[in-house]
Write a protein that binds this ligand. Sequence first.
Ligand SMILES: NC(=O)c1ccc[n+]([C@@H]2O[C@H](COP(=O)([O-])OP(=O)(O)OC[C@H]3O[C@@H](n4cnc5c(N)ncnc54)[C@H](O)[C@@H]3O)[C@@H](O)[C@H]2O)c1
Length: 272
Amino acid sequence: MAALQEMFNVRGRSVIVTGGASGIGRAYAEVMADNGARVCIFDRDAGNLDVVVKELQRDGADVWGQALDVSDRAGMAAAFDAVAERHGRIDVVFANAGIDAGPGFLSTTGERIPEGAIDVLDDDHWDRVIEVNLTSVYTTVKHAARHMKATGGGRIIVTSSIAAQINEAIVGTPYMPAKAGVDHFVRQMAMELGAFGILINCISPGPFMTNIAGGRLKIPADRKAFEAQSLIGRIGDTEDIKGLALYLASPCSSYVTGSQIVIDGGAMHRIA
Ligand SMILES: NC(=O)c1ccc[n+]([C@@H]2O[C@H](COP(=O)([O-])OP(=O)(O)OC[C@H]3O[C@@H](n4cnc5c(N)ncnc54)[C@H](O)[C@@H]3O)[C@@H](O)[C@H]2O)c1
């Protein structure tokens, strides 16, 4: 029987985390670095990226960053190549960067929100949410596959959301179709890439306390509404997501691909 350390071993693995300068992505970067992986964080927020990289390096971890927007296709190709050049290969990629989609059509107390209505939705806003939350996942997976095929396999972990599987009136409308597209894209990629030893899965969080939507979940009324969805009475802490990230990046999950693994304190059962 494999020892626990072997089952979860990511030591020396070459890892990329997009959107790793905050929230869930930061937790992914941290758990990989803490367990001996070499980590490169991609994030558009250069200031925060610098701070987080320095914090993670403090314990001697091999962590560095590249400041870029995941919707910059040429920039992404070059950034992946730079990681392969420095680490020699790319083993694990977290396609995590994402944005919120503004207000939904209802407030947390059930009133209609005029600017969240479909008939006045800003077309550029729709395009940007789809661009960052769906098209950039395609770009990330494309370059991950390009490098992993050359070295005989790897792991791709995409941050989706329970919003891919349910509808939420208090979340901006473009968010749901973007994440639903992500889920289906991941299943399609699992079918295509399995033969190359590349496993791809979604982590599908419910509400987590991060900086998304300007830290909306820190506002008491919103926090209460999201806490009420959870079956265990609280919003997720980014520490809660580390075990699942390590599981999907390590030998432990060697027979798992094309899955959407929900991590939501049971919220989906309450909402659905
Ligand atoms: N927090 C939640 O409740 C929750 C729930 C379900 C899914 N998610 C998903 O988790 C992922 C991470 O979100 P989070 O909650 O940690 O948010 P966050 O805002 O705390 O962190 C997101 C990070 O991504 C970066 N980023 C955003 N757009 C980018 C771009 N175009 N290019 C490069 N970097 C970019 C930001 O600078 C930030 O550092 C997102 O895909 C989000 O949709 C979050």
